[in-house]
Write a new protein. Structure first.
Ligand SMILES: Cc1cc2nc3c(=O)[nH]c(=O)nc-3n(C[C@H](O)[C@H](O)[C@H](O)COP(=O)(O)OP(=O)(O)OC[C@H]3O[C@@H](n4cnc5c(N)ncnc54)[C@H](O)[C@@H]3O)c2cc1C
Length: 402
């Protein structure tokens, strides 16, 4: 055992009851965080989180762990900034070590249009109270001496935005922290239990059909990541969301140490160093929509080549593992949180390639929505109804969603 393997988890498993006040489908970060905040902020503990596999087996346990708020529209910046703040205090709040580490994030530009985008990112971030500064190549070299400013002779680095609060946290520990906190307060987490349909009373959703029997509920929340279209279809809903695979890989350890997170919008790839010293590298999502979790050599080839242009030392590392998640990509690249128009069913989806950082704020806000029956101001812009109102929240603020 070592510090990367949690030995002190106190997870208490239960048999399903026939009825709960709230049933949450999906034991990823968003489902478990919502259960946690329902219990801690609102005293609602008659809650079940139903997970088809094991908790964190979806994207919440497969991501590249980057937390940041340097988005491209004010509504997103405010939302993610609140999540960044909640992450800062999550260890103190839950008493669990989530290995949160503030590293700063360099977001490099290789073209004049890329520089224009970074300049406007800096202005908008600061206008919304988020610390992002423009840095020139000399400053980039000071922040991260390993960067090749010629970009391998192909992608010269003209400058970057530097997002000071950029950070990482250990993904499965975040899932476990929320699970443990919720379970301690009486929430039931049912692993190995698939939701196969929704119980209806007329138009209203009144529970779920599961592989272990029917469970009735005062309200049902779907938090199923890339499987959302299936759950929505049970309610007769067609969402503006498509599922796309997203891949990542890690190398062996790099002893010298890489300080900040390094990202390139033009090259659509990014890297951070894990606490073990490995390089954790990610890319844009696959263009073809699919439910496949197949990893490809083509991805490894193109992503490692791009990374070697920026950080030549990676050529000397070995690739240890690669994996794939299935991402719920919304039509405007922003999350969808709130009421669905179907009574008794609320939803948190559209988390795509960017939803790990949104877990604390997403969970907190959805808990408030469920507890009060009202949409909190912070997430009101992310309602599903925005598509019908022709008010999309277009924000290609993620490296992988340009
Ligand atoms: C490779 C990769 C890298 C990423 N990197 C980042 C990053 O650096 N930063 C960032 O912010 N985001 C990142 N993301 C995105 C982030 O991981 C997700 O947006 C986030 O984890 C979504 O959490 P969730 O709880 O909504 O979904 P998930 O974690 O996918 O959880 C959904 C759960 O629902 C369960 N489920 C599905 N159907 C059913 C059913 N019928 N019945 C019961 N349970 C069901 C699944 O088994 C799953 O456990 C990345 C994603 C991937 C794949």
């Amino acid at each position: 055992m070592n510090e990367f393997v949690e030995t002190l988890l106190e997870l208490t498993w239960h048999e399903p009851k026939s009825s709960y006040d709230v049933v949450i489908i999906g034991g990823g970060g968003h489902g478990l965080a919502t259960a946690y905040y329902l219990a801690t902020r609102h005293g609602i503990t008659n809650v079940a989180v139903i997970e088809a596999d094991y908790i964190g087996s979806g994207n919440s346990g497969r991501n590249t762990t980057i937390i940041r708020a340097n988005y491209g529209i004010p509504e997103s910046i405010r939302f993610y900034n609140h999540s960044v703040d909640l992450y800062r205090n999550l260890e103190a709040e839950t008493g669990c070590r989530i290995m949160h580490a503030n590293k700063g994030l360099i977001w490099m530009a290789h073209t004049e249009s890329g520089m224009r985008a970074e300049r406007s990112r800096v202005q908008l971030n600061n206008a919304c109270g988020v610390e992002t500064v423009l840095v020139d190549p000399i400053e980039i070299k000071r922040l991260c001496p390993q960067v090749d400013l010629t970009g391998g002779g192909r992608y010269p680095v003209l400058g970057a935005s530097f997002h000071v609060p950029g950070s990482t946290a250990r993904h499965d520990r975040v899932v476990w922290a929320y699970a443990q906190g919720a379970m301690h307060r009486g929430v039931h987490v049912l692993q190995g239990t698939s939701v196969t349909g929704l119980l209806r009373d007329g138009d209203r959703v009144v529970g779920v059909k599961t592989s272990r029997g029917d469970i009735s509920a005062g309200i049902v929340m779907s938090a199923v990541g890339g499987d959302v279209s299936t759950i929505a279809a049970h309610a007769g809903l067609r969402l503006p969301v498509r599922t796309h695979p997203l891949q990542a890989f890690v190398t062996n350890g790099y002893a010298q140490g890489l300080g900040p997170i390094v990202s390139s919008t033009d090259l659509l790839c990014y890297v951070s160093q894990t606490a073990r010293g490995q390089m954790l590298i990610g890319h844009e999502f696959e263009r073809e929509s699919s439910y496949s979790r197949q990893s490809s050599f083509q991805f490894l080839q193109s992503c490692s080549l791009k990374m070697a242009y920026l950080l030549p030392f990676v050529r000397n590392l070995k690739i240890l593992r690669q994996w794939t998640g299935r991402c719920d990509i919304s039509a405007d690249f922003s999350p969808i949180m709130g009421f669905t128009g179907v009574e008794g069913l609320v939803i948190t989806t559209g988390w795509g390639t960017w939803g790990f950082k949104g877990i604390p704020a997403g969970g907190e806000q959805m808990a408030e929505l469920i507890a009060t029956g009202r949409t909190p101001d912070l997430i009101a812009p992310f309602a599903l109804s925005r598509f019908a109102a022709d008010h999309p929240m277009a924000d290609q603020g993620s490296t992988g969603t340009r």
